[in-house]
Design a protein. Sequence first.
Length: 280
Amino acid sequence: MEILSVQNLNKHYPKFDLKNVSFSLEQGYIMGFIGRNGAGKTTTIKSIMRLVHPDSGTVTVLGKDFASEEFACKQQIGLVLGQVSYYPTKKISVIADVTRRFYPEWDANAFVGYLKRFDLDSDKTIKELSDGMRVKFALALALSHKARLLILDEPTTGLDPVSRDDLLELFQELIENSERSILFSTQITSDLEKCADYITYIKKGKIIASTSKDDLVNSYKIVKGTKTQLTEILLPRLIGCKKNDFGFTALLPTDNLPFAEGLEIAPSDLESIMIHIEKE
């Protein structure tokens, strides 16, 4: 079942345009949303949630049109934007009490259970929580109103490797029953190597790929060769070619492998794909 569908989303700013952004996410999967700073990840997420109003395009959540059924759609979404920040001097219990009033499906027992599971003390204030614990608190709020779609914008930024790994394991656990899905925006591609099923890649406001992670990674190879091997036939087929005194390194679409005879060929990964494509 399709949990999120984004079709032809456009948003114009004086110095930036979101251009016909389209992708969809099935229930029970994690989608990584990648792109460099300023590519349009946060603008897309805010447009999906109508925190900014897109100029055109449609968003549906579990088959409901977001523009006409905004309240119903937001009941199904848990949103964590950037560095999670609430009123820093307020206690967890106070923020939860305010939040529950916006969600008819709020489950108080579930919230208490998530606090225990995430080792969160309801008497602590937000400023007493680490960055990782703030993300877990935001997830506890989202899960307690039975959100089926979690939209996370850079949730692991600034976390130490152990805290990041804990969260990635949690994300995978949250989709195990196939009822939830996660849209996970990040620049830390190694996180997505561990947990993502699908990747949507945005560059300068346009989606350049939206497919399974394995298909994206398998569609490119890293090739290396000497200066003499960098022929006029090969060069136009390379992406983000980096030259040095010894030769070159580049990304090559796998359907162009017949032109790579004699070159050193290695598997690609999300980081290498992103680095080379951004150099184009």
